[in-house]
Design a binder for this molecule. Structure first.
Ligand SMILES: [Zn+2]
Length: 799
């Protein structure tokens, strides 16, 4: 059993030391200039009485604005020292905490002089709660809710050096962003003081502290890579995989960025309680256990794939995001977008045999600025400068759908919207037109690239004669969707059915994905017909696209009479594929080289495959002996099927296995499988468990409700449960939790009737916008989606 104290960035963080000791924080401030000070002269006649706080919306005071004034810039932070206030500094007149904007406002008697350095000493005592926010405690069997505050200039662009010291129990280890240099036992008291090297100049949101009884393994290399986790997990070798890949990925990014890794060490730590999947704190990356720990005996291929992509993503941030940082949060998309792109490159370097990763990305290479620069090779002409081309993509919202009419050769573009009737309020300076590079082929022959630079244009070569077809966005190298006239669609469909390999694999996935996304407002029949050729498809990417899109339909129709027909159809389509993998995996005893394919294949919503008998056999054996090893790739399905087929006895057995699970990935499989039961009272009891952190960890509560809601019997129960306990969930997760916004969409996923829609709208009305937090946008979106589904349902004859 592990215990630990973590601090993670997200909102803010600066300096904090722990335990029962009061804290002292010192900031060094430099007064850059005093432009704003005249506006801020004290308005308080008496320093001893509380000031009257202005209303945030109308006030012009700096502490009511979310952006920090630029009159001060932080230089460095020190922690755990005694106050030492300069006599020449103006005295503090009054101070208060402005809750709305989270400012500590300190008003001075006089004015600080421009260009001078001042030191500000503050003391504060924070409580370590288990609320997964800021500096929090993660322990078994604990409870208590209190928010804490941290004092710092919390804007990404306001970088400073941090001198950090942590005081902690003897048997624990302290970690922070920089290397620990001194670890002294304080005389007379049984506590340790760990001092860290001054950090590089860095943003406050990337600061992290961890005090734990964890242990680690390390690589013998210059990068100082260490993998930290619970003792048991490390002893079981669950950190080995992460250790093997971390250093190669760091080396890859050094070459890719042509810049050395900026720090002297790189700690990766797996936390049993963590709100997001991982966080890129500079030098001390924090992960959920499932994103870092891998046990080859119990974890599936998909778990391994997730680890390598998450580790690669976070390490990419060590440069892009941490070394080079956005000035303000409105450019965060750039940070995340870029890391999400290069994570595949790092993962591909670490696991070169997983060619699925490489295949899925190949197309993107030509679509980034670097790709455009490279394309300046002789023979390729750009219509505008790279700067101008990129501006039309990054300075306006969304992306286009390009429609090609092969009868006339007309090519046109418009803003792609899932709901075409939606009104776009925001004006675009580019008039919702993009500079679209269109790579394309005609009946299997690659053609010259075309640039679509206006709303529509005639491109003669795209006018085809009989039997010819056009396929645009070859290898999906552009960021847009494609639609065609029906005749061309028909020809593409017949090409897929007669010889699908003429069409590149990524484009087969694209055809499925585009038709399904266009189908939401155009042609459902066409979309469903694209799945017919899957009988012959053995590649991962098209199947992934098909299953992801079909899942939406399954959820929509699994309570209607067409469900049976859909299942029968998909069972027929997937059968050859299943047999193929059965053969190449020697009847499921070895792992096929195409990573995670099997995971995806069998976790699709088909419960009537012949092999489900095999699953039950497996589970029976497992039940009797507990020693029979089920292949990790099959476990999710086996567990779910067995619990769905069984009653309370099977459920309780599954629950015991969940509680005993020492590998996080295994625990997730069981937690998800427990939601498969068809017994309502078991589902209701399971829902209740999500409010008890001793049973379901707080980080897992909302996703557990999501699992229950994805079960057709559990869905109405989950909806009632969430509404009845909304205050509890909102208080706990409403602000700052990434998973919370999914809660509403999870519990209303099957909603499609006008009655259900009115229920959702009622719920939305009953809880004023302020009480939705990060769920409010999601609620709006669900209302729109349900309206759309109403339209779709009327069209079920398409099946
Ligand atoms: Zn990221």
């Amino acid at each position: 059993m592990g215990k630990g104290y973590y601090i993670s960035k997200h909102l803010a963080t600066a300096a904090m030391v722990l335990a029962a000791i009061a804290l002292v924080t010192i900031f060094a401030l430099s007064v850059v200039y005093n432009r704003e000070k005249s506006k801020n002269t004290a308005k308080f006649s008496n320093a001893t009485t509380s000031p009257v706080f202005p209303t945030p919306k109308t006030s012009n005071e700096p502490w009511d604005k979310y952006r920090l004034p630029d009159t001060l810039s932080p230089q460095y932070y020190n922690v755990t020292l005694w106050p030492h206030l300069s006599v020449t500094a103006p005295a503090i007149k009054t101070s208060w905490f402005q809750t709305e904007t989270q400012y500590l406002v300190i008003q001075l008697e006089g004015k600080p002089k421009p260009g001078k350095d001042y030191w500000l000493y503050t003391e504060f005592t924070g409580e370590l709660a288990d609320d997964l926010e800021g500096f929090y405690r993660s322990e078994y069997m604990e409870d208590g809710e209190k928010k804490k505050a941290f004092l710092c200039f919390d804007e990404p662009g306001m970088k400073a050096v941090f001198h950090i010291t942590l005081i902690h129990d003897l048997e624990t280890t302290a970690l922070s962003n920089s290397q620990e240099i001194k670890n002294v036992i304080i005389d007379g008291t049984a506590i340790t003081r760990t001092i860290f090297r001054p950090t590089k100049r860095m943003s406050t949101y990337l600061i992290a502290f961890v005090v734990s009884d964890f242990t680690h393994i390390n690589a013998k290399d210059k990068k100082g890579v260490r993998i930290w986790a619970r003792k048991r997990a490390i002893e079981d070798g669950q950190g080995d995989y992460a250790l093997n890949i971390t250093q190669p990925i760091l080396e890859f990014f050094e070459k890719y960025y042509n810049t050395s890794y900026p720090l002297s060490k790189s700690d990766q730590i797996a936390l049993p309680d963590f709100n997001s999947g991982a966080m890129e704190n500079w030098g001390l990356v924090t992960y959920r256990e499932t994103a870092l720990l891998y046990d080859p005996r119990t974890s599936a291929n998909g778990n391994k794939q997730r680890i390598v992509t998450v580790v690669s993503h976070e390490l990419a941030h060590m440069w892009f995001g941490n070394l080079v940082t956005v000035k303000w949060w409105n450019d965060l998309w750039l940070n995340e977008g870029f890391a999400s792109y290069v994570e595949y490159l790092g993962a591909d370097y670490a696991e070169p045999t997983w060619n699925t990763v490489r295949t899925s990305l190949r197309g993107f290479f030509t679509n980034v600025p670097g790709g455009l620069e490279r394309s300046k090779t002789p023979g390729v002409k750009l219509p505008y400068s790279v700067h101008e081309i990129m501006n039309c993509w990054i300075l306006q919202m969304g992306f286009p759908v390009v429609t090609i009419d092969t009868r006339t050769g007309n090519v046109s573009q418009k803003h792609f919207l899932l709901e075409p009737e939606a009104v776009v309020d925001r004006k675009s300076e580019f008039n919702n037109e993009w500079c679209v590079p269109i790579k394309w082929m005609k009946k299997g022959q690659v053609q010259d690239q075309l640039w679509l630079l206006q709303k529509s244009a005639i491109h003669k070569p795209m006018k085809v004669s009989k039997n010819e077809w056009v396929l645009a966005n070859l290898h999906v190298s552009g960021y847009f969707r494609v639609n065609y006239d029906l005749v061309n669609w028909e020809r593409l469909l017949s090409q897929l059915e007669s010889n699908h390999q003429v069409i590149p694999v990524v484009n087969r996935a694209q055809i499925l994905d585009d038709t399904f996304n266009l189908a939401r407002w155009e042609n459902i029949t066409l979309a469903l017909r694209t799945t017919k050729y899957l009988l012959h498809e053995q590649e991962y990417i098209p199947w992934e696209a098909a299953l992801r899109n079909l899942n939406y339909f399954f959820q929509l129709f699994d309570h209607s009479e067409v469900y049976d027909a859909m299942q029968a159809y998909l069972k027929k389509q997937v059968k050859p594929l299943f047999e193929y993998f059965g053969t190449i995996s020697s009847n499921w005893t070895t792992v096929p080289s195409v990573i995670s394919f099997v995971d995806n294949c069998i976790s699709c919503p088909i419960s009537n495959l012949e092999i489900s008998n095999l699953y039950h056999q497996f589970f029976k054996m497992l039940y009797c002996t507990i020693r029979v090893v089920i292949h990790p790739n099959l476990r999710s399905t086996v567990y779910c099927d067995a619990i769905a087929a069984g009653g309370a006895e099977e459920w309780n057995f599954g629950w015991q296995m969940f509680q005993k699970a020492t590998v996080a990935a295994e625990a997730v499989k069981l937690r998800s499988a427990l939601a498969c039961t068809k017994v309502p009272w078991l589902l209701n009891r399971y829902l209740e468990y999500t409010m008890n952190p001793e049973k379901i960890r707080k980080q897992d509560a909302t996703s557990t409700i999501g699992y229950i809601a994805s079960n057709i019997i559990g869905q109405p129960l989950a909806w009632d449960f969430v509404r009845a306990n909304w205050d509890y969930f909102f208080q706990l997760y409403g602000t700052g939790s990434f998973t919370f916004s999914r809660l509403i969409s999870d519990v209303t996923n099957r909603f499609c009737t006008p009655f259900e829609l009115s229920q959702l709208k009622r719920f939305q009305k009953d809880n004023a916008e302020t009480r939705f937090g990060s769920g409010s946008l999601c609620c709006e979106i669900r209302v729109i989606q349900i309206l759309l589904q109403n339209v779709l349902l009327k069209d079920t004859t398409a099946l």
